[in-house]
Each structure stands twice: as structure tokens, then as C-alpha cells.
Write a protein that binds this ligand. Structure first.
Ligand code: GUN
Ligand code: ZN
Length: 448
């Protein structure tokens, strides 16, 4: 705790509500050691960063003269983190009837072709980012399209909103229509220019983004590896082992490789800033390799169910022997919702189909601190540790008639009550439960 008696002071303000965040991983440590909860808490910010957090009654004496915003009956949690999403696919959400490879050809590639037009891309990026905020998501790892204009459009809109986002130009030089292809050389040059322009500008970061091994030649994957060597603090973002036909095709395209992950590994793409979306059909050896390399998986249950891809093995990813970093991803437009709460709902059901249980605290951990760790952003976001950037969501646990009926008491006094209410939130909650979203302590969305 800090001593402070010099108020009023510029930049200091506070929020009063129930407060919940995570200080450790409930897949490995007892839940009560991981959850930090103040039934009547005060979150104090200094210029958009966390200054102090604790029980209202204990802190209020030292913060008499600062502006305090009260959200009675609401729960404040750290902003949600979406570790895999495609902004150009916003308009293809809910496309009928296909699995991955046919879905890409029929819906996705034609739609992404529109993003050469920067004005169009700006409009979609703006809608997309507003939709994230409406759902309480304050950080996302985002696929743009193949065109550099689509990346500029995205980052311009994210920068304007001061959002901590990671994105990149898709690299793809084969097995797709010509209008959406680049070449190994052009993808290298364009990506380099985009990194120089955007990486670490404000809260933005860049991800080298080969679409997947089917649409990149070995030469292009090598170029991606070269970029990672030249810029060691950028990310690698791609897809891996999502669908059985995809895995079989990768085997045909790369007969020299021991498996799908090896196609990336040989190009130097498997490291601690690498995020692999899906990973539904990984072998045990591939899980071990991801663990050893400290790479991360984006678990995208709404997408895996919608595209009929399969059931992710969450318990294997979160094993003690070979732990892999995991975050939740919506994967819109393969995924069916922008809501991380709805993503948690489907994650629970995927685990059920494997005979496993995911608790609400585990889901909310994946949605916040777990996601931050998957993106190597845990020094900046993910919980309310002192000094972190204060992105947070104000949640209404009684937002709908059904939620209010299910959670009749507006007060959460005990951890058991919280666990039950949090579980309800992750099963029947969605954008309607998001009362307000804050980005670095500034109101970015308020439900009307
Ligand atoms: N694999 C390669 N591209 C894509 C994509 O756009 N969406 C999903 N879900 N999987 C992919
Ligand atoms: Zn995807």
C-alpha cells in the first residue's frame, strides 16, 4: 500500500464496485490462491494505470478528494483478451454449411478481397473495434487481410482508440485465388514496412502473419522467419491443426516435415511470441514442442464447433508435465460471437464433451491474465497489479431478466456466491452483461 496525502492531484481517480482479478493460474494452483476478490472494492488509478486496489472501507480515508465513480451491484474485471480474431471476416460471421477449406474458398477469400480498398477497410475496422469494446474486449490479436492498406486501416482505428492490439498483414502466396495472393518477396517487404510504421506505436504491436502452411510456400515461411530474426520483439500469428482435411493436405505439401508444427518450426517460427490458433488435432509430440518453445495456443471453441473442426484438448494443453500457454479466441468469422463470455460458454461445453470440467474462475482466468500471458503482455495488462494499464470491464450480473432471476441477490459476499454468479455469467452472459468498458482508465463504451 502506498501513503498518499496530497490530493486533489491530477490524474488520480477511482472506481467503486465488486472487484475480481487473478494473481495466479487456477489450472495449476488452488483457486482461492488465484482469485482476488473485494465484495466492496476500490480501484484507484493514476493516469490510466493501477495505483492501488483494495476494500473500499480501508482505502477511502486516503482518497477523500478524488473523483470516485460508483457502480453499485456491478462487478469490475480486467478487460477481456481475444487471442485470435479476423477483422475482415466480421461480415462473413454465420456463413452456412461448410467446413474449413470449402468455407475459406466460398466465403472468406472473396470477402477479404474487398480490403484492398482502404476506405472500406477503415469502415469495417471501426465497426469491428466498437464491437470488441461493446463486448468488453480491450485487447485482441488480429488477422488483417493480405493488403497493407488493410493493416494501415486497422491500426489507424486502434490507435485512435488507444487500444492495446496486435495485428499483421496476412502472408499467402499459393492455393488461393490470385487477387488475394502476394509473393514471398513482396510479403517480406510489405511486412517490414508495416513493422517499421506500426510496431510499438502507442499501445500497438505487430504480428508476422502467415495464414497457414497450405497458403504459404516454404520460401514464404522462411521469409517470415527472417522477419522474426530481424525484429525479435514482434509476434508470430498463424493457424495450426484445425481440421483433419487441412492436416492431411499439409502432410502432402510438406512430405519432408515430421508433422504440421514442423512446417513452422523449420522456418524458425516456433518461439515464445508465437501464437497458434486452434491446435485441435495436435500430436503429443507437438504439444510437447509448444511447451518447450513457450509458444501459445488460441483456443477458439465457437469456431471449432461451428466449422465442425473438433474438440480442443484443454486439459492436455494445461498439463503439469508439458504446460502450454492458452488464451481464448473468438476467431470471428469462423467463430460465431464477439463475446468472450459466449466463448467461455462454448469452452465449457467442449470440455464437457471430453468428460472434463472448466470452472468459471478458470474461464475468466483464460479471458484475462491467461490471455495476457499467451500474448506475453502480462507486464502491461491482464490483472489489476499496481502499475498495469487499467483496461477494465464493468459487468452487470443481473443484466437480463433470466440472469436476474438466476442471481436474485444483488450482493456477492462470499467466494462461493461469486463462483456461482461468475459461472452463470460465463454460460448465459454476453454483450448484454457489459455495462461499460474502460481503456486506460477512460470510458470507451457505455451501455445505453
Ligand atoms: N485457416 C486458414 N485461414 C483461416 C481462417 O481464416 N479462419 C480459420 N478459422 N482457419 C483458417
Ligand atoms: Zn482464424
Amino acid at each position: 500500500m502506498t501513503e498518499d496525502t496530497t490530493f486533489p492531484e491530477t490524474g488520480i481517480k477511482a472506481y467503486r464496485a465488486a472487484l475480481l482479478d487473478f494473481v495466479d493460474d487456477p489450472f495449476y494452483a488452488p483457486e482461492l490462491d488465484c482469485v482476488r476478490f473485494f465484495a466492496d472494492g476500490l480501484l484507484v488509478l493514476d493516469n490510466g494505470r493501477v495505483k492501488e486496489i483494495g476494500p473500499y472501507e480501508q482505502l477511502i480515508d486516503r482518497y477523500q478528494n478524488i473523483p470516485i465513480t460508483s457502480y453499485p451491484g456491478m462487478l469490475i474485471v480486467p478487460g477481456f483478451i481475444d487471442t485470435h480474431i479476423h477483422y475482415p471476416q466480421t461480415e462473413t460471421i454465420a456463413a452456412f454449411g461448410e467446413q474449413l477449406l470449402q468455407w475459406l474458398n466460398k466465403y472468406t477469400f472473396p470477402t477479404e478481397g474487398k480490403f484492398k480498398d482502404k476506405e472500406y477497410a477503415k469502415k469495417v475496422a471501426s465497426f469491428f473495434l466498437d464491437e470488441l469494446l461493446r463486448n468488453g474486449t480491450t485487447t485482441a490479436l488480429v488477422f488483417a487481410a493480405v493488403y497493407p492498406e488493410s493493416v494501415d486501416a486497422f491500426f489507424e482505428e486502434a490507435y485512435r482508440r488507444n487500444l492495446c492490439t496486435i495485428a499483421g498483414k496476412v502472408m499467402m502466396d499459393r492455393n488461393a485465388p490470385d487477387f488475394i495472393l502476394d509473393t514471398a518477396e513482396s510479403s517480406y517487404t510489405q511486412t517490414k514496412e508495416l513493422i517499421e510504421r506500426w510496431h510499438k506505436k502507442g499501445r500497438l504491436r505487430y504480428a508476422v502473419t502467415p495464414r497457414f502452411s497450405i497458403t504459404s510456400t516454404n520460401a514464404q515461411l522462411k521469409m517470415a522467419g527472417r522477419l522474426l530474426k530481424e525484429y525479435p520483439d514482434v509476434y508470430l500469428h498463424t493457424h495450426l491443426s484445425e481440421n483433419v482435411d487441412e492436416v492431411a493436405w499439409v502432410k502432402e505439401l510438406f512430405p519432408e516435415c515430421s508433422g504440421y508444427l514442423d512446417t513452422y518450426d523449420r522456418a524458425g517460427l516456433v518461439g515464445e511470441r508465437s501464437i497458434f490458433a486452434h491446435c485441435v488435432h495436435l500430436t503429443d509430440e507437438e504439444f510437447q514442442r509448444l511447451s518447450q518453445a513457450k509458444s501459445a495456443i488460441a483456443f477458439c471453441p465457437t469456431s471449432n464447433l461451428f466449422l465442425g473442426s473438433g474438440l480442443f484438448k484443454l486439459k492436455q494443453a494445461k498439463s503439469t508435465e508439458y504446460p502450454v500457454k492458452v488464451g481464448l479466441g473468438t476467431d470471428v468469422g469462423g467463430g460465431t460471437s464477439f463475446s468472450i463470455l459466449q466463448t467461455a460458454n462454448e469452452a465449457y461445453k467442449v470440455a464437457q464433451l471430453r468428460g472434463q470440467k472448466v470452472t468459471a474462475f478458470q474461464s475468466l482466468y483464460l479471458a484475462t491474465l491467461g490471455g495476457a500471458k499467451a500474448l506475453e503482455l502480462q507486464d502491461y495488462i491482464g490483472n489489476f497489479a499496481i502499475g498495469k494499464e487499467a483496461d477494465f470491464v464493468v459487468l452487470d450480473l443481473r443484466a437480463t431478466p433470466l440472469m436476474a432471476f438466476r442471481n436474485p441477490s444483488p450482493k456477492l459476499s462470499t467466494i462461493e456466491e461469486l463462483a456461482d454468479a461468475a459461472f452463470t455469467l460465463t454460460i448465459v452472459g454476453d454483450d448484454r452483461a457489459v455495462h461499460a468498458t474502460y481503456v486506460m482508465g477512460e470510458l470507451a463504451y457505455k451501455k445505453t
